[in-house]
Design a protein around this ligand. Structure first.
Ligand code: FAD
Length: 230
């Protein structure tokens, strides 16, 4: 039976852990390795001032029990990184120069990083691993950024004391888009349900993550130019 080791008990690691158990069933043995015994859902810290959430800490043992995984409190070292310290991966998240090592989330070289990208990258990797064990796990495809520019009469605003319209300005209400981790957090009362309706108005924007690379390169080049020539 393949033994899958997941390094990191954060957003990407936990989405991958729960996704792998759901997708591959009992075809895999799972071990979660993390230096910290707890997971803190930091995105909800920014919702606290508005009374729309609280950044709970959850012992990783709860996720390990749910996923029937062994938990090891430790750190893993040894992956090659680029000059800025980010892990180089290909389009499906396989680490450069490695056959059976994948990486997802804020630690990989990527034009944009946030929780929704991390969970998507993690699910894509989980699906690839699950398929390699014979499971029927379709590839969720490349990450596509979904945005909504709120305009005109439909714009919603939160005021400092949280006394604006009751619906949060951000979407989803749970802060991070994903399938397995956001659902688990909502089911255990640790985050608002993610599956609330999208804001109906405004301008919808969809951009593949890969299309952002050119924008990032331009921005970085701009930063390196002397101010007078910008
Ligand atoms: C205040 C705040 C608000 C945010 N709001 C949002 C939001 O509204 N929406 C959104 O989408 N995103 C938001 N984000 C960003 C989001 O939290 C990150 O993009 C996401 O957590 C990235 O997931 P990750 O798994 O890559 O990293 P993390 O969640 O940081 O997890 C990394 C894990 O790896 C572990 N680790 C580190 N080194 C090692 C090692 N050597 N071996 C093993 N394990 C290791 C760490 O202990 C940790 O458990 C917010 C972030 C912050 C801080």
């Amino acid at each position: 039976m393949p033994h899958i080791i997941i390094a990191g008990g954060g957003v990407a690691g936990l989405e991958a852990l729960l996704a792998l158990r759901a997708m591959a069933g009992e075809r895999v043995r799972l071990t979660l390795v993390a230096p910290d015994p707890d997971f803190t859902y930091k995105p909800l810290a920014t919702a606290e001032p508005f009374g729309l959430g609280h950044a709970h800490s959850v012992p990783l043992t709860r996720f390990a029990e749910q996923a029937r995984a062994e938990l090891v409190i430790d750190a893993i070292a040894g992956l090659d990184t680029d000059d800025e310290g980010f892990i180089r991966v290909d389009d499906i998240g396989r680490v450069a120069g490695c056959e059976r090592t994948w990486a997802a989330g804020d630690g990989v070289a990527s034009p944009l990083k946030f929780g929704g990208v991390a969970t998507h990258q993690a699910r894509r990797i989980a699906a690839a691993i699950a398929r390699s064990t014979g499971a029927d796990a379709p590839d969720p495809g490349e990450p596509v950024l979904h945005g909504r520019l709120l305009t005109g009469n439909g714009s919603r605003r939160l005021r400092g004391r949280g006394d604006g319209e009751p619906a949060p300005l951000w979407w989803p209400a749970g802060k991070i888009a994903g399938l397995y981790l956001p659902r688990w957090l909502a089911e255990h009362g640790l985050a608002p349900r993610g599956q609330v309706e999208e804001p109906p108005d405004g301008l919808e924007i969809r951009r593949p993550l890969r299309a952002m690379r050119a924008a990032e390169a331009r921005y970085l080049a701009d930063l390196q130019r002397p101010t007078a020539t910008r």
